[in-house]
Write a protein that binds this ligand. Structure first.
Ligand code: FAD
Length: 371
């Protein structure tokens, strides 16, 4: 065993960096952030044309921080000068925070496996053949590294949204078929429409038809405006569940549950989301219920003591923390859980700072769409 830390945070994305900076603001130092790539790796891997859908604005001085800020007193709008940031810009914002807070981060350090030791700490096996032990684990691996494609015959004929790095490489001949009807499906369709390429979307249900006030469930205003602008290029078919894709010499055939068949000569695109349970870490440390890890009220695993989940996959009942402005509210309460467990006194001034900034969600029962 090479070394020991009190807290290991896995992943240096928005959740891992935000939580690390929060721990430090409480004066807690005994932790490390382990990242398999670079800081903000998922954002660096976005299609270069993709932007954050939630707007950034320098509202900090008026009691509510920029929607995409991960800690108080910072604003991606201010530091990057953009309202809807590109992935690279957001990764730059995260890197600046990591530098300013002097966060202990090991990049290019993938955590391959975690196991509970007899002394109730955890051993983390790293891809570089070393290991580390920690008393508390925060899994902040996001879901972008784990694209989800439905388990249907012929799924391999399609291409997942996360693997589309250059829209100019998609053929302009005929419409592009897209499986999905939420943010990612419209993101592709809008970028193709800008190139005058039509798209047909097939979804069992679409956020575009939802009146739910929660932006996790209805199409964001940013995407809805793009859909409106390019409506003549985008056709949405809902109540369509894909069952299989067959390939002949010259075409792909998509079969749907309602018995219909649609043909195309282009590889269909899966905009069918992401699922972190495909990571062996999540599969081993949590019970997965549906497509989400099952959690106690404090976001701790129900089967692995002292292992917590951070980020957009956290869900309690109907409360989905899938946006930055939602899950950042858990950083301070969870930092306090750690301080309590290791026996360090909590400075109430620090807690009040997070409360004043709307970054302090302790009780999910108080949480409606505004949490
Ligand atoms: C196209 C798109 C647009 C989006 N727009 C918005 C938006 O406008 N607003 C918003 O709030 N949210 C948006 N989201 C969601 C947003 O991406 C997530 O909120 C955010 O990335 C989650 O942060 P995270 O830190 O949990 O995960 P990530 O940012 O994915 O970070 C996880 C990190 O963990 C690392 N990692 C994974 N496995 C391991 C391992 N085994 N060992 C070590 N490191 C590992 C990864 O390399 C990665 O750097 C969008 C998502 C997409 C795909």
């Amino acid at each position: 065993m090479s070394s020991h830390v009190s807290v290991a945070i896995i992943g240096a994305g928005a959740a891992g960096i935000g939580f690390g900076a929060t721990l430090k603001s409480y004066g807690f130092q005994d932790f490390v952030i382990l990242e398999k790539g670079e800081i903000g790796d998922s954002f660096l891997n976005w299609n270069p044309e993709t932007r954050l859908i939630s707007p950034s604005f320098t509202t900090n001085g008026f009691g509510f921080p920029d929607l995409n800020a991960i800690i108080p007193d910072t604003s991606p709008a201010y530091s990057e000068g953009n309202e809807h940031l590109f992935g690279k810009e957001y990764a730059h914002y995260l890197t600046q925070i990591a530098k300013k807070a002097a966060l202990p981060i090991k990049t290019h350090t993938e955590v391959e496996m975690i196991r509970l030791l007899a002394n109730e700490s955890y051993e983390l096996t790293l891809a570089n053949d070393t290991s580390l032990s920690a008393d508390y684990i925060f899994v902040a691996i996001g879901d972008y590294p784990y694209p989800y494609t439905p388990n249907i015959p012929g799924a391999a004929y399609g291409i997942h949204y996360a693997n589309l790095k250059d829209y100019d490489q998609l053929s302009a001949k005929g419409p592009q078929l897209i499986i999905g009807g939420n943010e990612a499906a419209f993101d592709v369709a809008i970028h193709l429409a800008k190139r005058k390429i039509p798209s047909v979307l097939f979804a069992n249900e679409s956020a575009a038809n939802s009146n739910n006030p929660d932006p996790s469930k209805r199409l964001s205003t940013y995407t809805a405006a793009g859909y409106q602008k390019y409506r003549s290029y985008i056709r949405l078919n809902d109540n369509k569940t894909i069952l299989a894709i067959n390939k002949t010499d010259h075409e792909y055939r998509l079969l749907f549950r309602d018995g219909t068949l649609t043909k195309t000569n282009k590889r269909p695109i899966f905009a069918t989301g992401f699922a972190c349970y495909q990571s062996p870490l999540v599969a081993n440390l949590f019970i997965n219920y549906g497509d989400r890890p099952l959690l106690k009220d404090n976001d701790e695993s129900t089967i692995s003591p002292n292992v917590f989940l951070l980020g957009p996959q956290v869900q309690h009942g109907n409360v989905l923390l899938c946006y930055i402005y939602k899950y950042r509210q858990r950083f301070a309460p969870l930092a306090e859980v750690i301080l309590q467990r290791v026996g360090i006194e909590i400075n109430p001034e620090i807690s009040r700072k997070y409360q004043r900034n709307g970054m302090y969600l302790k009780d999910y029962s108080a949480c409606d769409v505004n949490c």
